[in-house]
Design a protein around this ligand. Structure first.
Ligand code: SAH
Ligand code: SF4
Length: 357
């Protein structure tokens, strides 16, 4: 018999299709979603309002194992918590919970490593090892929520990996997060961050509406080409044009992230160039002072240059915030996540399970 699939890899539509293929009523899919994600069933036998036959069919086809194993946790002096998870194949990923006055934001990973090789990013130095499955994405949220007393209010795809380089699984995970019969999170509380794979931005927008953060990081193509190789394929003008078309949730603005690298993209001229570039675009800008991480040789900008940069952007009427670095003492800040090397060879059983994904 073929290996069973983890049911958390199925989107709401996949479950509906499965139910239809068995000739059953569509509302059964909603019941299953509620059992999995709202009533937190740990076995198919918990799903007491499904017929015994349906429970048997589910048991024959699926598992509902947890796709991740918690293998470590670190607490920063500022309250940030970094969770290290081991995957079935021994690879490891990280998720970071960042408590703030009004919200608890969970930064989750979408891939092991990343293929895009941005020069300033530790994850980029690893290269892409593999995509995460929908269940591996969703279980970061489910587990951290469990370990933090259901405290997660917001999710940002700003951990390891480029979410749009794993679009199919990302969309399934987003649909599980947002469907009212599944995790029922508001689109306004979810942000996908991208380095700018332009056609995939369009595809994502055809599938879902969520907040979009674009990692701009340079105001001119020559500099962006150097820092983010993806810019050679999709230059700034195309990126801005596509991003502005993206279907955001109501009353939400497009977000641009700008990692400030000392002596590289933090000058007064860079600030004016960025102001000109974004003139007339309804957006928010997040300035992120570079988080230093060996072996990268870039340096953090001075406080003065960050404030000067902000002031210039504000003079263009841009809503600009300086992102506080959170969790740097535990290497939990943006761009510092890299725990992706296999911890140990995958056990045989797990290899068989994972081979289905
Ligand atoms: N791949 C996606 C999401 C993960 S990176 C993307 O690039 O948007 C999340 C954010 O961290 C991006 O804005 C990226 O520019 C930023 N980042 C990467 N390395 C960093 C570092 N060392 N210091 C500060 N920000 C960093
Ligand atoms: Fe990948 Fe984003 Fe890091 Fe670039 S900044 S290497 S896209 S994770």
């Amino acid at each position: 018999m073929a290996d069973k699939i983890n049911i958390k890899n199925l989107s709401p539509i996949d479950i509906e299709e499965f139910i239809a293929s068995k000739g059953l009523e569509p509302y059964r899919a909603q019941q299953i979603g509620k059992w999995l994600y709202q009533k937190r069933a740990i076995s198919f036998d918990d799903m007491t309002d499904l017929s015994k036959e349906l429970r048997e069919v589910l048991k024959e086809s699926f598992t509902l194992d947890c796709a991740l194993e918690l293998s470590g946790e670190q607490l920063s002096t500022d309250g940030t918590r970094k969770f290290l998870f081991e995957l079935w194949d021994g690879n490891r990923i990280e998720a970071v919970l960042i408590p703030d006055k009004r919200r608890n934001t969970l930064c989750i990973s979408s891939q092991v490593g990343c293929a895009l090789a941005c020069k300033f990013c530790l994850t980029g130095t690893v290269g892409k090892i593999r995509n995460l499955s929908p269940s591996e994405i969703i279980d970061q949220y489910l587990l951290v929520n469990r370990y933090s007393g259901d405290s997660v209010t917001n999710i940002v795809f700003m951990g390891m990996g480029e979410p749009l380089d794993n679009l199919e699984n990302l969309v399934k995970a987003l649909n599980i997060l947002m469907d009212t019969n599944f995790l029922s999170l508001s689109a306004k509380k979810i942000t996908v961050s991208t380095s700018g794979i332009v056609p995939k931005i369009r595809e994502l927008g055809q599938e879902v509406s969520v907040n979009l953060a674009v990692s701009l990081n340079a105001p001119r193509d020559d500099l962006r080409d150097e820092l983010m190789p993806i810019n050679k394929r999709y230059p700034i003008k195309e990126l801005l044009k596509e991003s502005m078309r993206f279907p955001l949730p109501p009353r939400k603005d497009l977000m641009f992230e700008y990692v400030m690298l000392k002596g590289v993209n933090d000058s007064i001229k860079d600030a004016y160039d960025l102001g000109e570039l974004l003139r007339g675009i309804k957006c928010k800008v997040n300035l992120i002072p570079f988080n230093e991480a060996l072996p990268l040789s870039y340096r953090s900008p001075s406080r003065d240059s960050v404030f000067a940069f902000q002031k210039i952007l504000m003079s263009y009427g841009i809503n600009v915030r300086i992102r506080k670095s959170r969790g740097t003492d535990i290497l939990g800040a943006c761009g510092q996540l890299a725990a992706s090397y296999p911890a140990k060879p995958a056990p045989i059983k797990a290899q068989a399970r994972g081979a289905r994904l």
